[in-house]
Design a binder for this molecule. Structure first.
Ligand SMILES: NC(=O)c1ccc[n+]([C@@H]2O[C@H](COP(=O)([O-])OP(=O)(O)OC[C@H]3O[C@@H](n4cnc5c(N)ncnc54)[C@H](OP(=O)(O)O)[C@@H]3O)[C@@H](O)[C@H]2O)c1
Length: 271
């Protein structure tokens, strides 16, 4: 009897795997598409722009510093695969007034056509201000009827000018915890994000740690294939167990830093 149930479950899972590609969104073609990359003049955003250009896209780079934009444009242009491709640069602060951002996006659309893909990569990370928000699930739900897909990318520590800046303000605890994982190259990260985006995946992560974290925090996030949902169901317990070991090791790092700081304070007082 048990054998029959097991065989039934295996057959059911295999069936789901087989029909999964039929109900997943069709991969989006970057060739000829207009891709707008905010934060496209540096780091991960620039690498994403280069990766999309290698696949035949037209690019609009958005950032504040015009000199950096011009230098980035030259780098992106080196990745051209045909002579029709264009890189447009727009200097604007995306955190400023909404009307200004809307107007520059309209300008980009007039020149290169409707935006097919928007990569929101503009930003700076300042350590010491933990804040977790997940507005993207509801955004994905609202956009789905219009056949628009949202991909939330979780960059690992990536070797960019922004990362170098962030390291200057990181508390010791955060730095030591970060150092337990390897630092990735922006081109490697960009390749994965672009691949997941064109496939319409909601989550995009890099490496086994990234995969584990995105599976553990999936919550109510949508899935774009049955395979993805099955993987989350099967791996959740195992990943939670592994995460508990990670948490123990992070707690011990934080405790060691605290003891070190208290000893330093005591030594200061004695002097
Ligand atoms: N690198 C990592 O390890 C890592 C890890 C996790 C998350 N992230 C996040 O990923 C994003 C990109 O990081 P990165 O390391 O590639 O950073 P980066 O090398 O510093 O690049 C940031 C880009 O955003 C632009 N930018 C910043 N503020 C802007 C604004 N208000 N308006 C328009 N453009 C703006 C910058 O150009 P201008 O300064 O000229 O405007 C630049 O092009 C950031 O949000 C960062 O927090 C990075």
């Amino acid at each position: 009897m048990l054998l029959v149930i097991a065989a039934f479950i295996v057959a059911f899972v295999l069936l789901l795997y087989m029909i999964s590609p039929l109900i997943s969104p069709k991969p989006f073609k970057l060739n000829g598409a207009h891709v707008v990359v905010t934060g496209g003049s540096s780091g991960i955003g620039k690498s994403i722009a280069m990766e999309c250009y290698r696949q035949g896209a037209f690019i609009t780079l958005v950032a504040r510093d015009e000199t950096k934009l011009v230098l980035a444009k030259k780098e992106v242009e080196k990745c051209a695969i045909n002579d029709k491709q264009v890189v447009l640069c727009i200097s604007v602060d995306v955190s400023s007034d909404y009307g200004q951002v809307e107007s520059v996006i309209k300008q980009a659309q007039e020149k290169l056509g409707p935006v097919d893909m928007l990569v929101n990569c503009a930003g700076t990370s300042i350590a010491g201000n933990p804040c977790l928000t997940r507005p993207s699930e509801s955004l994905q739900m609202e956009m789905k009827p219009y056949n628009i897909y949202v991909t939330v990318a979780y960059p690992p520590d990536t070797d960019t000018p922004g990362f170098v800046e962030e390291n200057k303000t990181k508390p010791l605890e955060t730095r030591l915890i970060s150092e337990t994982a390897a630092v990735c190259q922006p081109d490697q990260v960009a390749k994965i994000f672009v691949k997941d985006t064109v496939q319409g995946n909601f989550n995009s992560s890099v490496g086994p740690d990234g995969y584990m974290l995105s599976a553990l925090t999936c919550g109510m996030s949508p899935v774009t294939s049955i395979t993805e949902g099955l993987q989350q169901i099967v791996t959740m317990g195992l990943f939670r167990t592994i995460a508990l070991f990670y948490l123990c090791s992070f707690d011990s790092i934080v405790r060691r830093c605290m003891i070190q700081r208290e000893r330093a304070k005591a030594a200061d007082k004695r002097e």
